[in-house]
Ligand binder design. Sequence first.
Ligand code: FMN
Length: 144
Amino acid sequence: MSPIYHLLYTSRRAESLTEKQLVDLIKWSADWNAQHHITGFLIEREGYFMQLIEGKEDEIITLFTRIESDPRHDDVIIQAEGTSNARLVPDWHMERVKLDLSMPSSAELLEVYRRGREALPYTHREEIMRILEQFTSAARKKSS
Ligand SMILES: Cc1cc2nc3c(=O)[nH]c(=O)nc-3n(C[C@H](O)[C@H](O)[C@H](O)COP(=O)(O)O)c2cc1C
């Protein structure tokens, strides 16, 4: 099996983007991702996004190039990227996830968010996969 490429970014939601438009965007993205074997999640919190996309490296890079230039957000910053042997969220094509503060690693994810708000990259990149593994495992259990 070929390795899975993960990319996590933060960005600032455009003020003009309405809730209805966001719901439609997530639905559209989930359909497109499902057809292209891309999985991930999107968190929206207080006007900022954090999104994980995972799949084949060339497809993730191509998708991220499109996402990065999308006017529905700005200050797009890659917080972590790399390969591993398995998907973190194999059954989510673009799940909207709530950052529930009682969940493991949510405090650390909030720290990544804070860096996003300051338009800075997260400083402990090597830790991010551990944080994401713990967070997504708890979030998947909660949603199933
Ligand atoms: C926050 C955010 C997340 C997005 N996530 C995805 C995604 O997971 N998959 C996807 O195909 N498009 C996603 N998009 C939409 C892309 O930016 C782009 O509009 C879409 O892929 C269509 O590309 P095109 O406009 O070049 O035709 C996202 C956009 C935003 C603002």
